[in-house]
Design a protein around this ligand. Structure first.
Ligand code: KG4
Ligand code: ZN
Length: 419
């Protein structure tokens, strides 16, 4: 059995290099994240080769920072955990290679964690931390939370949660159930093309806003009329689904679509095109180029443009477009998530991933959950976007189950979760 139950987790699936020390899947002792936003911002998206290079630069200092913040050494650890997929192959490999080297050198077991499972555990971790008397990062070591592995469900309704993982790379619905020492995931729905966060990023780029686009659109949407442009999501056709069409993006490959209810499938490439058409029809492109220059690329661009700077570059029509885009995306996520929860009898909804940081999403999901008398939980903002604390939390049940990775562990860019 473990000593303190400390797991060092490493996450490098996309554009954040992160390391954390977690205690028994219930407490984050330390969490360090090195963001690559500044590197990718000028390209308006993640450049895979640059991501790998930045992970190589950051991995050693980030792991050292996590150990130092936790006031532990490698000798205090019980296991090393690492994200093995899905994600960018070169980026994942940096974390995996380093984790394998650490595990080999220390003789500690290595635990492979699915990035999507990590996002789901971000919410569960928050719930456990809020129940623990000693919940702050770097808090006292002496008080160990009681919770070990998945909690015993208080009722049948508690036994299963519907998890919406909504980020830059994924928009997936899972039914998550604790079983003995581990968790079982069933894929319920997912996007056929772009992820919701990807649509946010592409629309932001089109409008001359920064990368990642989600936080900019979130902030600017507060200043527009969400009902000004009536964007609509068409129902995903059964025929398309049953024809088993090949997924259209890399993200869509992370899970099969066969046997999924078409009502729980998402598609965000259409709204992206609708925004593009609106921009062209209303001749907003020159204004978007001027905005990009004023805020980011021009000689007089501020070092750190603020929301106020961005609002000053937007006319009411653009602000209405942004607010309407967000209203439509959040509305579609909300409609399908609650429909799936109702159809599956899940009374507990978890929303996680970068887009779960969105204010409109949080307030509308919270209001809808209250109306339907179901519960909805989100991670803290720091745990919504990529981090390693969630990987340490997801690794704990695997540690208890003795589910260790072989020395041959490699990156799996399209690793699926559940079936
Ligand atoms: O989970 P995450 O950090 O990385 C992936 O696993 O993809 O999610 C990043 C995504 C980006 O697309 C970003 O634009 C989006 O999350 N995002 C947001 C917000 N904050 C981040 N989208 C909407 N509103 C936000 N406040
Ligand atoms: Zn993620």
């Amino acid at each position: 059995m473990p000593g303190r139950g400390l797991i060092l987790a490493i996450e490098s699936a996309c554009d954040e290099t992160a390391a954390a020390v977690g205690e028994r899947g219930a407490r984050t002792v330390s969490s360090a994240v090195a963001s690559q936003i500044a590197t990718h911002a000028r390209y308006g998206g993640v450049v895979p080769e640059l991501a790998s290079r930045e992970h190589l630069r950051a991995i050693v200092p980030v792991v050292r920072a996590a150990l130092a913040q936790a006031n532990v050494t490698l000798a205090d650890l019980d296991a090393i955990a690492v994200t093995s997929g899905p994600g960018l192959a070169g980026a994942l490999l940096v974390g995996i290679t380093y984790a394998k080297a650490l595990a080999f050198a220390t003789g500690l077991p290595l635990i492979a964690v699915n990035h999507l499972e990590g996002h789901i555990h971000a919410v569960l971790l928050n719930e456990r931390e809020s129940q623990s008397p000693d919940r702050a990062v770097g808090g006292s070591r002496s008080q160990v939370p009681k919770c070990e592995g998945p909690r015993a469900p208080e009722s049948e309704a508690d036994a299963q949660s519907l998890a919406l993982v909504v980020s830059g790379g994924h928009t997936h619905l899972y039914l998550a159930r604790p079983t003995a020492n581990t968790w079982h995931y069933q894929l319920i729905g997912r996007t056929l093309d772009d992820a919701a966060g990807e649509a946010y990023d592409k629309v932001a780029k089109l409008l001359g806003l920064g990368y990642p686009g989600g936080p900019w659109i979130d902030a600017l949407a507060q200043h527009g009329n969400p009902l000004a442009v009536p964007f609509a999501f068409s129902q995903i056709k059964t025929k398309l689904h049953l024809a088993g069409k090949a997924p259209r993006t890399k993200a869509a490959k992370t899970a099969p679509i066969a046997n999924l209810d078409p009502h729980f499938l998402f598609s965000f490439s259409g709204i992206k095109t609708a925004v593009l058409r609106y921009v062209e029809l209303h001749n907003l492109r020159p204004e978007a180029e001027a905005r990009r220059e004023a805020l980011f690329t021009g000689p007089d661009a501020p070092a750190r443009p603020t929301v106020e700077d961005a609002v000053a570059t937007c006319d009411p029509q653009t602000l209405d477009l942004i607010a309407s885009f967000q209203h439509a995306v959040v509305g579609d996520l909300l409609k399908k998530t609650f429909a799936a929860a109702e159809s599956l009898g899940a009374r507990r909804i978890l929303v996680t991933g970068g887009v779960a940081a969105n204010r409109e999403l949080r307030s509308r999901f919270t209001a809808e959950a209250a109306r339907r008398k179901v519960s909805v939980s989100f991670p803290t903002l720091a745990l919504s976007t990529d981090n390693a604390a969630m990987i340490a939390a997801a690794a704990w049940p695997r540690f208890l189950a003795g589910d260790f990775a072989p020395a041959s562990l490699s990156a799996d860019p399209s690793l699926a979760l559940g079936r």
